[in-house]
Write a protein that binds this ligand. Structure first.
Ligand code: MET
Ligand SMILES: [Zn+2]
Length: 341
């Protein structure tokens, strides 16, 4: 169990208090870029838009802020210096693009707050909504995301990839994102305990004080995609001082309830969940296919149950849209303004 006072001084608890008990994370970022016409069939995926269409990146951030998000994730999920270099960019250009991902999100927040002061709709007239706190979380996708072959949903990097390989791979990008002024580092779609350990050691070695969250991609209600147990993975997150929240993302909604229970056994840090639509990603065809069983895209109705199970940050991942996030914001904020859910 995490000891009180061990983590980066109550950053997330203070934030959650300001949000009224629970916070709204944004939804599928790449999904929304595609809805606006971006072609993301590329090794850089959503990060490609940092080069080709930064205005769309800003636009998507604004879509999610308009939907009620308290936390927006930058377009850096698949942005790595190594990935940009493979595309023919210089190291400096790669670093600039990483910094831009944070700057664009910060610009969007400025624009949004500015717009709020001028908007007089009913929703915006509610001061608690209008002045709600908004954090910029620098997205750090896993090494598997950089490989751009769906590895973040498998988590088997082979014996040649060690903790040291992963630390060296992520080191510079994490430092750049922090220096660019992110409020939080969102380590997302972590597929195995090896990478969780690498992140924890990296934060310590580099003396990074920016708070971080660890979010795992899971294949059922007790294991991350590699087969490592979520309990073990959450325990690694629990023992990392900089980690202020632990959870799961890009995971089918049907597994979320069980996963929350296992995470709660490993840590007392706040728990975050931002599931995907419940479809499965097929790397070979670069497509999402429906899983058997009921459609799960409308998981908004489960938020109350997940809250009761102990989660306090809610959002969406791949194939979710601002509509999902609006639903979550209404569930957590609109209906019961004085108390979360
Ligand atoms: C494959 S998970 C992707 C997470 C990332 N924040 C995005 O929505 O684009
Ligand atoms: Zn996703």
């Amino acid at each position: 169990m995490g000891l009180e006072g061990k983590e980066t001084p109550s950053f997330m608890r203070d934030f959650l208090d300001k949000c009224g008990g629970c916070a709204v994370i944004d939804g599928g970022f790449a999904t929304e870029l595609e809805r606006h016409g971006a072609d993301l069939n590329d090794e850089l995926w959503s990060a490609k838009c940092l080069i080709s269409s930064p205005h769309l990146v800003r636009r998507v951030h604004l879509d999610y802020l308009d939907a009620g998000a308290n936390i927006i994730l930058t377009a850096s999920y698949q942005a790595t210096i190594q990935g940009f270099e493979a595309k023919g960019f210089s190291r400096e250009e790669g670093e600039t693009m990483l910094r831009r991902s944070v700057e664009i999100a910060r610009e969007a927040r400025e624009i949004y707050y500015d717009r709020c002061t001028k908007d007089s709709s009913d929703f915006m007239r509610d001061e608690r909504y209008r002045k709600r706190p908004i954090l910029i979380a620098a997205s750090v996708g896993s090494y598997g995301a950089y490989l751009a072959d769906g590895s973040e949903y498998v988590g088997d990097y082979g014996d040649a990839v060690t903790v040291q390989t992963l630390k060296d791979f992520h080191r510079e990008r994490v430092k750049i994102l922090v220096e660019a002024g992110a409020d939080l580092i969102a380590f997302e779609t972590i597929p195995n305990k090896l990478e969780a350990r690498a992140y924890a050691e990296l934060l310590e070695e580099e003396g990074i004080e920016t708070p971080a969250w660890f979010s795992f991609s899971c294949k059922d209600e007790s294991n991350v995609v590699s087969g490592d147990s979520i309990f073990e993975c959450a325990s690694i997150a629990d023992s990392c001082r900089q980690v202020v929240a632990v959870g799961v993302n890009c995971t089918a909604p049907r597994f979320i309830h069980g996963l929350i229970s296992f995470i709660k056994k490993a840590t007392s840090k706040p728990v975050l969940v931002y599931p995907n639509s419940g479809e499965t990603y097929i790397a070979e065809s670069n497509q999402w296919v429906k899983s058997s069983g009921a459609a799960e895209h409308d998981f908004v109705s489960y938020i109350g149950k997940w809250r009761d199970a102990g989660a306090s940050l809610f959002g969406g991942c791949c194939r979710t849209t601002p509509n999902t996030i609006r639903g979550i914001a209404e569930a957590t904020y609109g209906k019961l303004k004085d108390k979360c859910i």
